[in-house]
Design a protein around this ligand. Structure first.
Ligand code: HDD
Length: 746
């Protein structure tokens, strides 16, 4: 099963897909050039299969004897065949006794086609069922080389990766923009075997011991009797559990914050959550926490946007990731570590490093950047790659070891089982997307779906046949000989795990007023969706132990009295690094809707469009109708298909009088009833963008639309020429929203 290196040299063709990028094509890598943006839906050639899709030599998936990855695709040749390669003359009609039947039992093609179709589905993941994946490359800067001997963290090492982002609660077909934690799982195909970093977009977890995982998941999933609600935490069983099991309060607070509704997978941080142990070349150890820092910054949707997107485009995040990669706006994250001394106590600044409900503020332990991951290839086949990828926290490489965090210990036990039932047997590591890119020389044999044709006679050790025993590797994986103090076998947690509120308060006090208001609104919404009064009251008790004002505001929204705090602890120092506000970020790959009408100055529009593209922003033309607009411009959206949630900012370049298909108002006169005399769909777009505090701008006649709607103030830019307008618009977009337009009441 060893992987061939041939054919995996850097490729310089325009298609990223299917090609491992050359070093100088990786944004962020020395000598790299910025990718040129292209419309994601532009037709392009079918990509060649990636090396990952090649099967172990010498057989292709369909049995063709070839070591050439190009011929190892599932589809080969010019003719349709049966699964066993017999050419077919007809696949549209079953074999019948005369044209009117009945159908004959001997029709093997019919039987085979239906049999295979009937078995196309596999069980979805029990959690994280809904996801989207991408290929990429990780380039290490060597900053971690002193603390770990992991080969992929040596200076300038380049490692292919596959990443799968996910929601946790919803089924495979559920919406992307629900309020939930997001999974952020990365498979590094290192030269020493696969390393899986199976993290989330939040640094803490609901439970401290993996034995509680079935409980939190049963509580958060839809009610077992009617299977409602889908992909939601806004229901009784979830709030019942987290209000009774108060160690969940910190993570729950993160879910209620804007982090629970990310703008994009591209704008999420990722966290390994647990403490891991790093092993240096000299055997020295340190403890560490792992972080992914998005180059685009951390950005979220508003609740209204999330709800709109759930209806307008349930694939919002999946589409965003795919389109960004297709258009050349490759998302990138820096990998960072917080490093702590490996002391017997495993505490840092009073924080228990084995407690997964605790984070270590960056102000106490700065995140040191150790490399950059760039996602530059979309999967060729969703099922083969995104659905079948199998992550496991136990997939560690020399230089990285697990800690005794009881949540991590249970995870290391659990992930194998889930792959067995999901992927149908023990050979799931032979599935192309899961195959290591390092040589495999195991003694695992046979079993369902075995793909390898193992030679030799001695898959056992010790042996004197087949050239003798497999040699064990110098520099192979070493289990760190950590001393375990003399102790007693107990079902218990350490006393330090009893602190359930101080870090929830730390998170709350680190938020700006507008972020706090969003949290209040989220609790008010979710708890109002519960039916049981006792559950709402119990959760208010938990909020009282986090913050009196938070509790009072939510209680007022629920029409309930606010209880007093019952738990005392030392006031934590806020961690400003936890807030999303206050910085500006690159706008690469952000989307600007440009609204035009039949009378727009297309020359100015073309100029604005080029300037935006040059700045790495993807402009999408929204016109009254599809097709050619003139001046070389083609409509990418129409008034009927566009909605505000799709855009990070709006540029109105025309008065947008009602188009022929505008939905008539009651008196049949859309224009007269619309405040700006403009198409009601354009009016809706402008009003929603303005309400969501996005940058709104107008060029030429477009100013009349903003004037008619009273759209002015922070985050609004108007100009008569594109060269003045575009820089202003880009400036506004860099802070994600015009935050001052929100008027928090806290
Ligand atoms: Fe888990 C999937 C992340 C705790 C058991 N988990 C899964 C995925 C992610 C996480 C990102 C999806 C991987 C993919 O895309 O295929 N899980 C976490 C994090 C946790 C965590 C960050 C806490 C810090 N998980 C956790 C515990 C258990 C599990 C405590 C069980 C004891 N997780 C699973 C699982 C899944 C899974 C049931 C479902 C599908 C899969 O593994 O492959 O085994």
């Amino acid at each position: 099963q060893g992987r061939e290196e041939e054919g995996r040299q850097g490729c310089r063709c325009r298609r990223r897909q299917g090609c491992r990028p050359a070093r100088d094509q990786v944004p962020g890598a020395p000598g790299s050039e910025p990718p040129s943006l292209a419309e994601p839906t532009e037709p392009r050639e079918t990509p060649p299969p990636k090396p990952d899709q090649a099967t172990p030599d010498p057989h292709s998936p369909t049995g063709a004897p070839s070591a050439d990855p190009a011929s190892a695709a599932a589809q080969q040749g010019a003719f349709l065949t049966t699964a066993t390669g017999v050419p077919l003359r007809d696949t549209d009609h079953s074999l019948k006794a005369g044209p009117r039947g009945p159908t004959l039992l001997q029709d093997h093609h019919l039987r085979e086609k239906l049999m295979h179709f009937d078995h196309e589905r596999i069980p979805e993941r029990v959690v994280h069922a809904r996801g989207a994946g991408a290929h990429g490359v990780f380039v290490s800067n060597g900053a971690a080389a002193d603390v770990t001997r992991a080969a992929f963290l040596a200076k300038d090492a380049e490692t292919p990766v596959f990443v799968r982002f996910s929601t946790v609660l919803g089924s495979r077909g559920s919406a992307d923009t629900v309020r939930d934690t997001r999974g952020f799982a990365t498979k590094f195909y290192t030269s020493e075997g696969n390393f899986d970093l199976v993290g989330n977009n939040m640094p803490v977890f609901f439970i401290q011991d993996g034995i509680k995982f079935p409980d939190i998941v049963h509580a958060a999933k839809p009610h077992p009797d009617r299977e409602i609600p889908q992909a939601q935490s806004a229901h009784d069983t979830f709030w019942d559990f987290v209000s009774l099991h108060t160690e969940a309060q910190h993570h729950t607070l993160w879910n209620m914050s804007d982090r629970g509704i990310p703008r994009s997978y591209r704008t999420m941080e990722g966290f390994g959550v647990h403490t891991f142990r790093l092993v240096a070349a000299d055997g020295g150890t340190t403890l560490c926490k792992l972080h992914w820092k998005p180059r685009l910054g951390v950005h979220s949707l508003t609740w209204e946007e999330a709800q709109l997107a759930g209806g307008v485009d349930p694939d919002f995040h999946r589409r965003d990731l795919y389109d960004a990669i297709e258009s050349g706006a490759f998302p990138a994250w820096d990998l960072g570590i917080q490093v702590f001394p490996d002391t017997p106590e495993q505490f840092f600044e009073g924080i228990d490093l084995l407690d997964p409900t605790k984070l270590v503020p960056e102000e106490l332990a700065p995140v040191q950047l150790i490399g950059t991951m760039t996602l530059n290839g979309n999967p060729t086949n969703f099922f083969a790659e995104t659905e079948q990828v199998a992550f496991h926290t136990g997939h560690l490489v020399p230089g990285i070891d697990a800690s005794d965090d009881p949540l991590l210990q249970a995870r290391n036990f659990s992930y194998l089982d889930t792959q067995l039932s999901r992927l149908g047997g023990p050979n799931f590591n032979q599935i192309p997307v899961n195959r290591p890119h390092a040589p495999v020389n195991d003694m695992l044999r046979d079993g369902a779906h075995q793909q390898a044709v193992h030679g030799g006679v001695a898959p056992y050790e010790p042996s004197s046949l087949d050239g003798g025993c497999p040699f064990t590797a110098d520099g192979g994986f070493v289990d760190v000989p950590v001393a375990i103090p003399a102790t007693t076998k107990v079902r218990a947690s350490p006393a330090s795990f009893d602190d359930h509120f101080s870090q929830a308060r730390l998170f709350w006090t680190s938020m700006t007023p507008v972020e706090q208001e969003h949290i209040v609104n989220a609790y008010s919404f979710e708890l109002a969706k519960c039916y049981e009064q006792a559950i709402k009251e119990r959760q208010l008790f938990a909020l009282a132990n986090i913050d009196a004002e938070l509790c009072a505001q939510v209680a007022a929204a629920l029409g309930l009295p606010a209880p007093e705090a019952t738990v005392t602890y030392d006031e934590p120092d806020p961690s400003p690094a936890l807030s999303q506000l206050g910085e500006t970020w690159p706008v690469d790959g952000r989307l600007v809707g440009i609204v035009v009408d039949a009378d727009s100055d297309l020359g100015a529009v073309a100029e604005a469009r080029s300037a935006l593209l040059a700045a790495g922003v993807l402009p999408l033309l929204v016109a009254p109708h599809g097709g050619d607009l003139g001046a070389g411009l083609v409509a990418q959206r129409t008034y009927a298909t566009a909605r505000s949630v799709e855009f990070d900012a709006l540029l109105v370049a025309g008065a947008a009088p009602p188009a022929a298909d505008a939905i008539p108002q009651r008196d049949g006169k859309a224009a007269e009833r619309s405040p700006a005399g403009s198409d009601p769909r354009v009016v809706l777009m402008v009003e929603e963008c303005f309400r969501q505090c996005k940058a709104v701008s107008a060029l030429g006649d477009g100013q009349s639309v903003l004037d008619g709607l009273g759209v002015a103030g922070p985050g609004v830019a108007v100009a008569d020429d594109a060269s003045t307008l575009v820089p202003e618009l880009l400036d506004l977009m860099a802070s994600h929203r015009a935050w001052e337009r929100f008027a928090p009441t806290l």
